[in-house]
Design a protein around this ligand. Structure first.
Ligand SMILES: NC(=O)c1ccc[n+]([C@@H]2O[C@H](COP(=O)([O-])OP(=O)(O)OC[C@H]3O[C@@H](n4cnc5c(N)ncnc54)[C@H](O)[C@@H]3O)[C@@H](O)[C@H]2O)c1
Length: 373
């Protein structure tokens, strides 16, 4: 069985969907798979072609990689890539199924089955396959590093012969995967950390990381289905913004990670809050690509407003490409254990009754299965 790994073409992307480590792992459990890696696919993630050859992979051209029976990608394919895929092939990739732009119809017309990795359910059995979690964890870490690099002061308390400095105050909004890692990272760097989330059940997790939970009575719970948040009523949103604004004005660094799947990012940091923050403070808005949690963020840019640096970088993962690729690739290996049947030769085996496959298979047998809500 041949598994193709094309080079990612999205601007700024440095990650790759298979690494020498993931290839070795899959090979140790399922014999008879051959990886076809496009020339230079891993170079930007610090995995040169030779490192793939050393674990038995073949370095091929783009057409050969995309023409394989199983294709591994990070970003949804473009038209050229769909055109190079084979009828009956299976694609494992993020698909962005909520974009209503005909991609799934094109994949189905080409006869390509596709698993949309962002649709893998957040259930215990699928945790090891969950690319959103593995990547958000890394992004949460890097968000703190970025913010710290733009902050003109220390994060920890410093006592030196030349004088002492107080620990920075960091506020993290949204304590899901990225938020909890941001809290842990800021704590490790010695900052005083406070955090808020609309799901009251995360209070304990925040406190277990040594941060303080910000209590705001918004009059309702934001807990929705499947461990995700639901959209708040307009009254609750207003109470939240009001409750946060005065606290945010006193923060040195604010990291925002609030999201509701498939919806624009909730607005948590108002213009008034930004204007009230001290010069030199920093806001890292991790939700910039879905509209931003801060009123003044500009996606893909770093801007300074009233002395406050607003970071709208959306490619944090490309700044940690080796580990981000390894984690992503490991998620795919765990998924492949589920959908590849060992044998001579090994073969694709999609069990449509399996909860994970059923939830994430967006095209199958020439038809679109994904149902828009
Ligand atoms: N900038 C980047 O490079 C990058 C990379 C990866 C992820 N992200 C982004 O990071 C964000 C977080 O991802 P995640 O995987 O941690 O998501 P997640 O779903 O695990 O966590 C989001 C959290 O936000 C909370 N939330 C929702 N509405 C809220 C509100 N009104 N107030 C406070 N909290 C609220 C939810 O309860 C949840 O805990 C997403 O926007 C994602 O797109 C950015």
């Amino acid at each position: 069985m041949k598994i193709g790994v094309p080079k990612e073409t999205r601007s700024g992307e440095t990650r790759v969907a298979a690494t020498p480590d993931s290839i070795k792992r899959l090979g140790s459990k399922i014999a008879g798979v051959k990886f076809l890696i496009e020339t230079g696919a891993g170079t930007a993630a610090h995995f040169p072609d030779e490192s793939y050859k050393a674990v038995g992979a073949e370095i091929v051209d783009r057409k050969t990689a995309l023409g394989a029976e199983l294709v591994l990608k990070l970003h949804r394919p473009d038209e050229e890539e769909v055109g190079l895929m084979s009828k009956g092939a299976l694609l494992l990739s993020t698909i962005e199924p909520f974009k209503n732009d005909g991609l799934m119809e094109k994949l189905a017309a080409r006869g390509v089955d596709a698993i949309g990795l962002e649709l893998i359910p957040r259930i215990s059995r699928a945790q090891s396959m969950d690319v959103l979690s593995s990547q958000a964890n890394i992004a949460g870490y890097r968000a703190v590093i970025e913010a710290a690099a733009h902050f003109g002061r220390f994060l920890p308390t410093m006592m030196t012969a030349a004088g002492s400095a107080k620990a920075a105050k960091v506020i993290v909004l949204g304590a899901g995967v990225a938020g909890l890692q941001a809290i842990a990272t800021a704590r490790r760097m010695g900052a005083n950390v406070e955090a808020f989330d609309v799901r009251p059940e995360v209070k304990e997790q925040i406190e277990s990381l040594g941060a303080k939970f910000i209590e705001i009575d918004i009059g309702e719970s934001g807990s929705g289905a499947g461990g995700y948040a639901k959209e708040l009523s307009p009254e609750a949103k207003a109470k939240q913004q009001k409750g946060l604004t005065e606290r945010l004005k006193k923060a040195d660094i604010v990291i925002t990670t609030a999201q509701i799947p498939g919806r624009p990012a909730p607005l948590l940091v108002t213009e008034e809050a930004v204007m009230g923050m001290a010069p030199g403070s920093v806001i890292m808005d991790m939700a910039a690509s879905t509209g931003g949690n801060c009123a003044l963020t500009e996606a893909e840019k770093i801007v300074v407003k009233n002395g406050v640096t607003l970071i709208g970088t959306t490619n944090l993962l490309s700044l940690v490409p080796a580990d981000a690729s390894n984690f992503y690739a490991r998620n795919l290996v765990n998924l492949m254990y589920l959908i590849v049947k060992p044998g001579e030769p090994p073969a694709l085996n999609l069990d449509l009754q399996d909860e994970i496959v059923a939830a994430s298979l967006v095209t199958h047998g020439g038809a679109v299965r994904f149902q828009r809500r």
